[in-house]
Ligand binder design. Structure first.
Ligand code: ARG
Length: 464
């Protein structure tokens, strides 16, 4: 007997163009492991609760294993499945008929593709987000390693891309580390909502057979079950959360990419990229381009677009399952793949780039210590607002005389405010090292404060 998944009450075949729009196998074949896991668990529960005979259960169980092997081999050989069925669920069931005979006709008892596909995707995400943690952690580890090794390097810090204050290179690196650490925490927080099994929700109304949904869910590795059948088949909030998350993580990557591209330009020259993570020009032989970082920066736009696209699909849908929801997988897989590649390219780029600390030092200018001069006055009791103004006056004088504030003669300072002190007092301010070492409070750029961050991050890494 060869039954289609549906079609009993139809007289004609669907039009070929509808088939093309409707078929999701080219996308959802990636769920075949999860689909088979889900079917095994479903058969197991039907059998346990007395709805499937021993013989049928064993036939299905063995058959599913055959189907899995067969699909694995075909995907390995061809990279795709040539079945004519519309989706992976239909493919697995159809192939099972070959191996399990009539027992296969009992597998879909009380199940719908609505609860089945939602369960498959949730399972896939539970596994895949585990791989994403690992990928993100590699990036974090590479940043930690650099931050530890290069803690003595001082670079110009920028606000508005204008030279602001000297900071430790490690402080800059760690600023990204904290972003990525929060990304991991955010992803973990989604897990409680993701790890609920919809199986047993049927198409919309639930399951009319006595099965134990909790047992089934735990069997599959879910923490919990969905609490309402209509919610279970209609909600894709876990996809929305993931896509939003990806676009946020992507924007962190984009920002880092942009900083590194700028720092890698000849005009800045703080870093240079390895051959492995640079590309050349077909015309200009001298070119070394940071294409990898540019692709990462661009990808963050694509991730944001996909996230928005799916929210647009959901907006205005009536409740429960509608075929619009089928696009969830295309966007999910695409974002997941893109983000994974971007994380890996970023990790490789950061791990292999060279830092030119000399060049960074040369880019520091005494004007970046103006804030420290104001703090010198504050320590002598001058109100900050007044101190700010005095230092501003000194800067104006220096510009008028064509010198920098380190070269401004001492009497010019004394004329503005006697609290600037002696020439020697003033000169103590003009040291990059002294400057950064003032920022000792938690989160600051002094060595001790940076080391404190490293201790926290390392212990977090060990416990994760
Ligand atoms: N391929 C479909 C999807 O991924 C499976 C669910 C189909 N259900 C239905 N009632 N047409 O969304």
């Amino acid at each position: 007997e060869r039954y289609q998944l549906w079609g009993g009450c139809f007289e004609e075949e669907p039009s070929s163009v509808l088939r093309r729009l409707n078929d999701s196998l080219p996308v959802d074949f990636r769920l075949f492991h999860e689909d088979i896991r889900g079917s095994q668990a479903w058969a197991h529960e039907l059998h346990r609760s007395g709805h499937l005979s021993d013989d049928d259960y064993y036939a299905i169980e063995n058959g599913l294993r055959e189907v899995e092997k067969e699909i694995e081999e075909e995907l390995y050989k061809n990279g795709k499945l040539n079945d004519t069925e519309e989706d992976i669920h239909s493919v697995v069931e159809r192939r099972l008929c070959k191996h399990a005979g009539d027992a296969a006709l009992r597998l879909h008892t009380a199940r719908s593709r609505n609860d089945q596909s939602a369960s498959d995707v949730r399972l896939w995400m539970l596994n895949s987000t585990g791989r994403l943690y690992a990928t993100l952690k590699e990036l974090i580890q590479v940043l930690v390693n650099r931050a530890e090794k290069e803690i003595n390097i001082i670079v110009p810090g920028y606000t508005h891309l204008q030279r602001a204050q000297p900071v430790r290179w490690s402080q800059f690196l760690l600023s990204y580390l904290w972003l990525f650490r929060d990304d991991i925490i955010r992803l973990e927080e989604q897990r409680t909502r993701l790890s609920r099994c919809p199986l047993g929700s049927g198409a919309i109304a639930g399951c009319a057979l006595s099965i134990d949904r909790k047992k089934l869910a735990h069997h599959l590795g879910f923490d919990d079950i969905t609490p309402n059948s209509m919610f279970a088949v209609g909600s894709r909030d876990y996809i929305v959360e993931f896509l939003n998350w990806s676009s946020l993580c992507g924007s962190h990557l984009s920002r880092l990419a942009e900083d590194l591209i700028i720092y890698g330009s000849r005009e800045f020259g703080f870093i240079s990229f390895s051959d492995q993570f640079s590309t050349g020009s077909s015309l200009m032989p001298q070119k070394r381009n940071p294409d990898g970082l540019e692709l990462v920066r661009g990808a963050s736009g694509l991730l944001l677009g996909d996230s928005l696209a799916f929210s647009c699909v959901l907006k205005g849908l009536p409740s429960t399952y509608n075929k619009d929801l089928q696009s969830d997988k295309e966007l999910l897989f695409r974002s997941y793949d893109k983000l994974t590649d971007c994380l890996k390219v970023m990790t490789g780029t950061v791990a292999t780039m060279q830092v030119n600390s000399e060049r960074a030092l040369q880019s520091l200018e005494p004007g970046m210590l103006a804030t420290d001069l104001a703090h010198l006055l504050v320590r002598r009791g001058v109100p900050f607002r007044r101190a700010h103004h005095y230092v501003g006056m000194a800067l104006r004088r220096a510009t008028a005389l064509g010198v920098n504030i380190r070269e401004l003669p001492h009497q010019e300072y004394s004329a503005i405010c006697s609290d600037f002190g002696t020439e020697a007092d003033l000169q103590t301010v003009f040291s990059w090292e002294t400057s950064v070492e003032q920022y000792t409070s938690t989160g600051g750029t002094a060595k001790s404060a940076v080391e404190e961050q490293l201790i926290l991050l390392n212990s977090w890494l060990r416990n994760h």
